[in-house]
Design a protein around this ligand. Structure first.
Ligand code: NAG
Ligand code: NAG
Length: 768
């Protein structure tokens, strides 16, 4: 491929780019639109200086604020480009942009290219090697020529560069142009055009890509046209590629990228994001309190003033209590309180008209509405409707309602700034009263929590305050009510002292003797009352009480062994009655008599009848009991005297609470009366008689010959019938009488059996 030279000449349309060039001898801007810094290594170290960008703001300033799009590079106020950190040029170059602003706020951008060159002859240090001249060089002609000095580049290097395409500074085209269309923008010209007829072509956005046909190029001249007005708010920039090919020759220009930026015009109004916008402000807010923010957006370029919105309040409705209650931050739209005087109770809502204007307030404006609701603050203290009360309360009642104190509050009903709570601040050191909030929320109810005692304190003077559930805003006076509580005397029952009195007395205290004086005292000291005593409960009827004195006496002998005595204690209830005419009251006291035991009961043998064999019988154990408790009961002793001692011997068992009875000799069958004298610990004795039936048998298996026993019973029966008992002659019902060889004898036995309740079965006779 034969390539003698490489180069691109770009003609820029001055009309489109530099609208004001003719009006001023100085046009703000960078010295060039592309700046190339050459370095010798791929590795660039931190702090390394690459060179300078030069910007003229046309305002005499020598120092400018630059901003690098690449964070690796820092640009000083004097334009020196320094590496902020280590950078490696991976592809041998790096491109970034630097911005600067003129005093009107207009932004200018320069493209900076850092590229590595190879040692030897082209060693130029880190100087600016290429400056593509920019539009602001003063040229009277319409078209500006950008030339690339090729002398310092060798062929190989140029080839390599060419493959990557040239970086061309962006073109700017104002939006909304009125034409006529097509309107010429630029002319692109190849260096080869001096030697050969070149043909030009463009591709990319707005050419063969959507929006197609926006940009066209004249094939032979390279004149670039725009065919219709552009809208930045639809598309802000276009990326085009330009091509140049020689007609009939093997010459081809490297495709070139061109960026077309659409320059903003103020063709959009600010729009409120929400209209109307609702906000709330507490009535007690301080000046400067910001409570809501309005926002309006503008579709125009926010980097120009076209898109910068400024806010203002134009009207406040109502203008009460004064206008300018609110102020708006023109930049942020934040609405603040500007003056005191908000009062929800008078003006609960404001409608504020707001404008949002672009060009910092000099451009297009829109109007929006902020509806501001004033919310309640606790700026009204609750007030007692009546500040003095005099009430009467009966003594002794707990939970009795003493007084209801009603209040009013101007704040919002149902809110914690309106609901109330109460406190007794004076007059109740001992805590007899409590105060609570009534169901209406606007009343305090005083009740008693401890019984009042007329005899101790006849009057209380309470100071009660009322507050809201929310704290007051600002300094509000707290309302106080004074409640005079007069305690009413109530007839109280006489009180026994102590309520239960325990005395110790022997059970055998003589009738009519005095046990104790058990008195009650009437708490109603203010009334002269007489107390009368009565027995309330006296289960065994042992006691009497003197009505006037409370002296208790024995009415009948007490007995510790009585069922009315539990664990040795007898309980009686004594009443004390006062003589209050309207409501006599009765007090009760319990008298507990702990009875001391006395030996008033002799021991006794429990068994009455025993049966035993007359031969080889074991001793029979008889049990002994004594109603008295120790020391008037067991262990016991037993004595036999006279006849009994001839036939019977006794011995005590291990605990001496039982006695073994043993016949001394083999006794004849029959009944014996055994008389035993039993003596308790206290020496109280008594004789018990036991009937012992001795049968003719041996050992423990007591077998009495019933016939012989019955004979003896029958004998006594005959005695009875002969003495004139006529019922004895009839056979009792239910008794089966069988004929026997000796009918006389059988009849006699039958009668005897009937009398002792036995069924008589005659001895088995011969088979019939
Ligand atoms: C003592 O035993 C004898 C012989 O069994 C008898 O005759 C006598 O009546 C008994 N005495 C008493 C008092 O039971
Ligand atoms: C002695 O006899 C009495 C009465 O039967 C009985 O309660 C007691 O347990 C007996 N004592 C002994 C040590 O067996």
């Amino acid at each position: 491929m034969k390539i003698g030279r490489l180069g691109v000449i770009i003609f820029l349309c001055k009309v489109l780019l530099c609208e004001s060039a003719e009006e001023s001898s100085c046009t703000p801007g960078f010295q060039s639109e592309l700046l190339v810094f050459k370095v010798h290594r791929d590795e660039l170290h931190q702090g390394q200086k690459l060179g300078r960008v030069i910007f003229n703001a046309c305002d005499g300033r020598t120092r400018t604020l630059f901003q690098s799009a690449d964070r690796c590079f820092d640009v000083d106020m004097d334009g020196t480009v320094t590496l902020k950190r280590q950078v490696t040029l991976h592809e041998g170059h790096k491109v970034f942009s630097v911005d600067a602003w003129e005093s009107s706020g207009k932004k200018h951008t320069v493209s900076v290219r850092v590229e590595r060159v190879h040692h030897h002859h082209e060693d130029h240090h880190m100087d600016t090697v290429m400056n593509i001249s920019s539009p602001q060089i003063e040229s009277p002609s319409d078209d500006l020529v950008l030339t690339l000095p090729m002398s310092t580049m060798d062929l190989k290097r140029a080839k390599r560069e060419a493959k990557r395409g040239w970086v061309i500074p962006p073109f700017n085209i104002a939006e909304n142009s009125r034409g006529p269309f097509p309107e010429k923008m630029h002319q692109i010209k190849s260096d080869y055009s001096k030697e050969a007829q070149m043909q030009y072509r463009i591709t990319g956005e707005g050419a063969d890509l959507d929006p197609k046909g926006t940009f066209t190029i004249e094939r032979l001249t390279g004149n670039l046209f725009v065919t219709r007005p552009l809208d930045r708010e639809i598309k802000a920039s276009y990326r085009l590629i330009a091509y140049a090919v020689a007609v009939g020759a093997d010459i081809k220009e490297t495709p070139m990228e061109m960026i077309v930026n659409v320059q903003d015009q103020n063709d959009n109004k600010p729009v409120f994001t929400q209209n109307p916008l609702n906000g709330n402000v507490a009535e007690a807010s301080v000046i400067g309190h910001e409570f809501m923010t309005v926002t309006a957006t503008d579709a125009d370029d926010p980097d120009t003033y076209n898109g910068v919105v400024s806010y203002a309040i134009v009207k406040q409705d109502p203008e009460l209590p004064k206008p300018n209650l609110f102020i708006i931050n023109p930049v942020t739209g934040g609405i603040r309180v500007n003056a005191l005087g908000l009062d929800r109770e008078k003006w609960s809502r404001y409608t504020v008209l707001i404008t949002a204007t672009d060009l910092e307030g000099r451009g297009y404006g829109s109007t929006g509405t902020a509806v501001i609701t004033v919310t309640d603050s606790n700026d009204n203290a609750p007030q007692f409707v009546q500040t003095t009360h005099t009430v009467s309360v009966p003594e002794n009642k707990v939970g009795a309602e003493v007084a209801r104190l009603t209040v009013t509050d101007g704040d919002e009903e149902g809110s914690p700034a309106w609901s109330t709570k109460y406190k007794i601040i004076d007059g109740d050191k001992s805590g007899f009263f409590s105060v609570s909030t009534g169901p209406s929320q606007l009343e305090g109810i005083i009740t008693t929590v401890k019984p009042l005692d007329f005899e101790k304190n006849k009057q209380f003077i309470l100071s009660v305050i009322v507050e809201n559930d929310d704290p007051f805003v600002g300094s509000l006076a707290t309302s106080t009510a004074t409640v005079t509580v007069n305690v009413e005397d109530v007839n109280e029952p006489p009180e026994f002292n102590p309520k239960e009195k325990v005395i110790f007395k022997p059970e055998d205290v003589k009738v009519d003797s005095e046990l104790v004086t058990y008195k009650a005292i009437d708490p109603d000291t203010a009334k002269a009352q007489k107390i009368t005593y009565k027995i309330g409960s006296d289960p065994a009827g042992w006691l009497s009480v003197a009505p006037d004195t409370g002296v208790i006496k024995v009415k009948s002998l007490m007995d510790r062994e009585s069922p009315s005595v539990k664990d040795g204690k007898y309980r009686a209830i004594i009443l004390a009655l006062d003589n209050d005419g309207d409501a006599p009251a009765t007090g009760t006291g319990t008298l507990v008599i702990e009875l001391e035991d006395v030996n008033d009961n002799a021991p006794v043998i429990n068994e009455r009848n025993i049966r035993m064999c007359n031969r080889g019988s074991a001793p029979v154990l008889l049990s002994i009991s004594d109603k008295d408790g120790p020391p008037f009961a067991g262990p016991f002793r037993v004595e036999t005297h006279g006849e009994t001692s001839k036939n019977w011997s006794t011995s005590m068992n291990g605990t001496s609470t039982g006695v073994f009875l043993t016949p001394k000799t083999a006794l004849e069958q029959g009944d014996y009366n055994v008389v035993l004298k039993v003596i308790d610990q206290g020496g109280f004795d008594q004789e018990s008689t036991i009937q012992a039936s001795v049968c003719d048998c041996e050992g423990e298996d007591v077998q009495c010959n019933d016939a012989s026993l019955l004979m003896s019973i029958a004998a006594s029966e005959e005695e009875r019938s002969s003495s004139g008992d006529d019922s004895a002659g009839l056979p009792p019902s239910g008794v089966v009488v069988q004929a026997e060889p000796d009918p006389e004898m059988a009849a006699m036995l039958e009668r005897a059996a009937a009398n002792v309740g036995l069924a008589w079965n005659p001895p088995a006779g011969p088979e019939r």
